[in-house]
Ligand binder design. Sequence first.
Ligand SMILES: [Zn+2]
Length: 107
Amino acid sequence: MTSSPGAEDATDWAAFERSLGDRIQHVDGNAVAGQLAQIFRGDMTAATGRCRHCTSETVFAEARVELDTSGFILRCPSCTRVLFTVVSNDKRTWVDLQGIEGISLPS
Ligand SMILES: [Zn+2]
């Protein structure tokens, strides 16, 4: 089986998660509401994003979140692939949105 660079396989991810053990917490999008509000300058819990991999719409508050001390990963609840990643240190925050085709916000 071949895969493109950066492609993820859900089965491989499950093995990776097991290898991480207790270093990450599994929560939902409400757990990172404060960080999302800082990045996007507003409440994002009711925002939705369209998964680039399976095209399902996900309410951010209901996304699967993997949280550790350096940041978090939001995953699509339908296909488990990465929607976006946030990593911070004491000087900067990096946001990778490559798993999302678009974001919809309440007006
Ligand atoms: Zn998906």
